[in-house]
Design a protein around this ligand. Structure first.
Ligand SMILES: C[S@@+](CC[C@H](N)C(=O)[O-])C[C@H]1O[C@@H](n2cnc3c(N)ncnc32)[C@H](O)[C@@H]1O
Length: 184
């Protein structure tokens, strides 16, 4: 899996330009004077767009080549699996994961970690292709054929991975779903 993203890294931003800033600011409740973790943040294409709207941004990813691109954008990066984040509990005001949950090995552990590093009163947003749609089911087949180890969940399954005390809701538009959690 890593090797797929290491190979794609130099072209990724051209193939996947980020075009949803307004939507992202809304679901993340930004601007905010605080910190944001972009977990599985890859080349930092999303973090770069969000950077002017928070005080401090960190991109965490397991692919070294994706992080090279993020570092070239002047972003702070950390090389890590999202299943084991190297941050103390309650470090970040906002935690984001875009288009990466279906790529991680252990989704339950990843959600536990993202929630752990979120501050009380903070917000965590998971953006995923909406697996309830036919188009995304086709993408899942294509990723299988490309030997990517993707494992898509429908939004309700993602919600189930949060601890019971989390306040979680789902929004969706066309082929994208956002699972939005607040830590109480
Ligand atoms: C489709 S890319 C999305 C990148 C970025 N979030 C974006 O939207 O531009 C998925 C990213 O997840 C990363 N990834 C996959 N499994 C991971 C894991 N267990 N821990 C950290 N990053 C992981 C990949 O290296 C890749 O950069």
């Amino acid at each position: 899996m890593n090797s797929h993203f290491n190979l794609l890294a130099r072209f990724y931003d051209r193939v996947m330009p980020f075009a949803r800033l307004e939507q992202m600011l809304r679901v993340l409740d930004l601007p905010h004077a605080g910190s944001l973790l972009d977990a599985g943040g890859g080349t930092g294409r999303v973090a770069q767009a969000l950077h002017p709207h928070v005080d401090w941004v960190v991109v965490a990813d397991v692919s070294r080549e994706m992080l090279v691109q993020a570092r070239q954008k002047g972003l702070t990066v950390t090389s890590t699996q999202t299943e084991h984040l190297p941050f103390p509990e309650g470090t970040f005001d906002r935690v984001l994961m875009v288009d990466a949950l279906h790529h991680v090995v252990d989704q339950a552990k990843t959600i536990r970690e993202l929630y752990r590093v979120l501050k009380i009163g903070g917000r965590l947003v998971i953006e995923e292709p909406d697996f309830r749609t036919f188009a995304v089911k086709l993408i899942a087949v294509a990723e299988k054929l490309a030997l990517m180890r993707s494992h898509f969940l429908v939004p309700a399954q993602i919600v189930q991975l949060f601890p019971p005390e989390a306040k979680v809701r789902v929004e969706s538009e066309e082929y994208t779903a956002w699972v939005i959690a607040e830590k109480c």
